[in-house]
Each structure stands twice: as structure tokens, then as C-alpha cells.
Write a protein that binds this ligand. Structure first.
Ligand SMILES: NC(=O)CC[C@H](N)C(=O)O
Length: 364
């Protein structure tokens, strides 16, 4: 069926619609992802909730869909996927589903718009910025009334765990505060010897205390971090009490909790090759990224936070450390999925930080 992506500025990009809910108009924020692989990880990453993801790589779906390895959550998360060409053969995961069959059977109702001039579309987003968009079968009838802008949607509430769940059986107990975590994060923690308890984003401090964690992980998640303003005092109280590592949305929340500010990038960083330098060691990692917002450097003046990592391309802030407490955060994704795992060592630094803290407490 013929379909269209209509940008809020009026530009229309035609294509072919696949998927269960192809007849319905779907609103979202049009953003682009530059990785050559990782489409399944992207399609299931809760950070993409509310967004229409345009893939810059022209051929998507060619290695198939895995049962579990690439799956980051149980649902398809973006509002829609847009691509140049959608492969109907899953080459690597041969006996499994393909992207086409997944879209066609998608109970979640995530349409895929293929055969789109994604090059032109991405150039438009680069010049005009990430923008609201609609996937539709009839561009004439598109309306922007009664649509809540993504900044005002309570997306974390939609994706956060409803109940507490425990994974792994290691000796180090990590409580993962779930703003919309990716499964790869739990897997990475378990691989380093953790037992992980995933708790809803608004879990009170007393419940966290009752779980007696060795450390906290504040996860990634969708939307504007300022949506969680009300949670900041509780987040601050918790992270001041336990060694904490925070990723992406979690990193932004740490900045906000300590009096810093965040701002929105024109079109964000979404891909698998963002170079990040550790300003203390000079080491550069190629990183997996997926974010619209960044911590504002000037806002950190006078706070207890120090910048530890910087993006080599645009000098935006990529990592923070508390000047006194064992609190570290990064804007990028050390758990990868999709993208390189160069920065997986940050998980071992987290476990080292926890061990050091235990030492200090033993001798205190
Ligand atoms: N991956 C994430 O956690 C994204 C954080 C936040 N929603 C942003 O877009 O900046």
C-alpha cells in the first residue's frame, strides 16, 4: 500500500507501507539512526518510544530477526520505522522471522514505510532539526491538532517496569532503576557477576533500602529528562547513598539532580560510531548512542559534578563524575546493542567503584 511520511513543516516523503496498522495515522518525532546494523535492537529499545526512526543505511532487515540476542524489550518501541529498502529475506537468522513478517504480524501496530528517499529525508532533518511527523496513507487529511508534543508525553511511565524483577545470581547486588532499560544492560551487569533487581522508576527510597543493594544503575529511557522533575529529590537521595552508575537518560537525571541543566540537540546522536574521549586518560572509545538531549556545560559551574568524557565531534558532554561521591555517568551506551562494545570496561569500573566503597566502609 502507498504510504507517506509528512513532516510538520509540510514536506511529504512517499513510500510503501508494511505492517498491521498501516491504515492509521501515526504521530511521532522523526529522527535518524546512522548505524549500518542493529535495526532489531533499535526497534525494541524503549528509548525510541514516541519516535519515528529513519535508517540512513539503505538496506534494512537483511540479516533477519533473532529470537532473543538482539531483542532489547518485549515490544516494538518506535511509533514507526522508515527505510530505503526492507529485505524480505533474513539471511543470518534464516529459520526465524524477517522484518517484513514481523511488521505484518505486529500486534504492537508499528508501521514500516519502505522505498523512501531516506537520503533526502535525513538531509531535511539535519537542516531543520528533529521534527514531528505523521505516517499516513493520505497526506491531505493530516492534522496536527490534539497531538501532544513528544516533550510533554509521559513516555517513561509507559515503558518502565510495573513490578520488581530479579535477574542473575551474582554476589554484587545492583538495583537497576528502570526508566526504560535495554535488556543488554541487565545482561552486561550479570556478566560482570551481578544479581540485578529491576525496579519501577518511581520506587521510593525506603523500598530500595529494603533491597540492600551494593550499587544503583540508573537506566536509559525515552523523552525529555525534565519530565521527571518531580522524581529528582528521590533520585538524588538514592544516589547519594549508594555507588551509582548512570547511562543516557540516567546521566541526564544526575546532572539535573545536582543542579545542572539539559538542552535539546538539533537532531541528536543516534548511531554506532560516535567518538568519545576520556579527558582524564586521553583514551577514545567509539560509542553507541541514542539521544536528543545533552547536559549543558555552563550549567555545571558551581555544582559538585565534573566532566569526565567529551564527544570528539561536537564537544558535547558525554560523562560526569561527582567530585566526592562514587557517582559516575555516561551519555552513551557501554552495553552497546547496537554498536561497538569498546566502552564495556565502564561496567568493570563500576564494580571496582563498588568494591572500593565496601573497603572504605569496612575500615571506617
Ligand atoms: N537513550 C536514552 O536514554 C535517551 C535519553 C533521552 N530520552 C534523550 O533522548 O536524550
Amino acid at each position: 500500500m502507498k504510504g507517506y511520511l509528512v513532516l510538520k513543516n509540510g514536506d511529504v516523503f512517499p513510500g510503501q507501507l508494511l505492517g498491521a496498522s498501516s491504515a492509521t495515522d501515526v504521530h511521532g518525532e522523526a529522527v535518524f539512526f546512522t548505524g549500518m546494523t542493529g535495526y532489531q535492537d533499535v526497534a525494541t529499545d524503549p528509548s525510541y518510544r514516541g519516535q519515528i526512526v529513519v535508517f540512513t543505511y539503505p538496506l534494512i532487515g537483511n540479516y533477519g530477526i533473532s529470537d532473543v540476542e538482539q531483542e532489547q524489550s518485549e515490544e516494538w518501541q518506535p511509533r514507526a520505522l522508515v527505510m530505503g529498502e526492507c529485505s524480505s529475506d533474513g539471511y543470518h537468522y534464516q529459520s526465524k522471522e524477517t522484518l517484513v513478517s514481523r511488521a505484518e504480524n505486529a500486534g504492537a501496530g508499528v508501521p514500516i514505510l519502505t522505498d523512501v528517499d531516506t537520503r533526502a529525508l535525513v538531509k531535511r532533518i539535519r537542516t531543520s532539526g528533529a521534527m514531528e511527523a505523521v505516517i499516513t496513507t493520505n497526506p491531505e487529511t493530516v492534522t496536527w491538532e490534539n497531538v501532544t508534543p513528544i516533550e510533554e508525553q509521559e513516555l517513561v511511565k509507559e515503558v518502565s517496569a510495573q513490578t520488581t524483577e530479579t535477574f542473575g545470581s551474582g554476589d554484587t547486588h545492583i538495583v537497576l532503576v528502570d526508566f526504560g532499560h535495554k535488556k543488554a544492560m541487565v545482561d552486561a551487569l550479570c556478566a560482570y557477576g551481578a544479581k540485578v533487581t529491576v525496579v519501577p522508576y518511581d520506587t521510593p527510597l525506603s523500598t530500595i533500602e529494603a533491597l540492600d543493594p551494593d550499587g544503583l544503575l540508573l537506566s536509559n529511557g525515552p523523552g525529555n529528562p525534565k519530565q521527571l522533575q518531580e522524581q529528582l529529590p528521590a533520585i538524588k537521595a538514592a544516589i547519594m547513598q549508594y555507588p551509582t552508575f548512570a547511562i543516557c537518560l540516567g546521566h541526564q537525571l544526575i546532572a539535573l539532580a545536582f543542579g545542572g541543566d539539559t538542552e535539546k540537540l538539533a537532531f541528536g546522536h543516534r548511531g554506532a560510531n560516535q567518538p568519545v574521549i576520556d579527558t582524564r586518560t586521553g583514551r577514545v572509545d567509539m560509542t553507541a548512542q541514542n539521544h536528543s538531549y545533552v547536559v549543558d556545560r555552563a550549567s555545571l559551574q558551581g555544582t559538585e559534578l565534573e566532566v569526565t568524557h567529551v564527544n570528539v565531534n561536537d564537544e558535547s558532554i558525554e560523562g560526569l563524575a561527582h567530585d566526592r561521591l562514587p557517582i559516575r555517568s555516561v551519555q552513551y551506551h557501554p552495553e552497546a546493542h547496537p554498536g561497538p562494545s569498546d566502552s564495556r570496561h565502564l561496567f568493570s569500573s563500576f564494580f571496582r567503584m563498588i568494591a572500593e566503597e565496601k573497603e572504605v566502609n569496612v575500615h571506617a
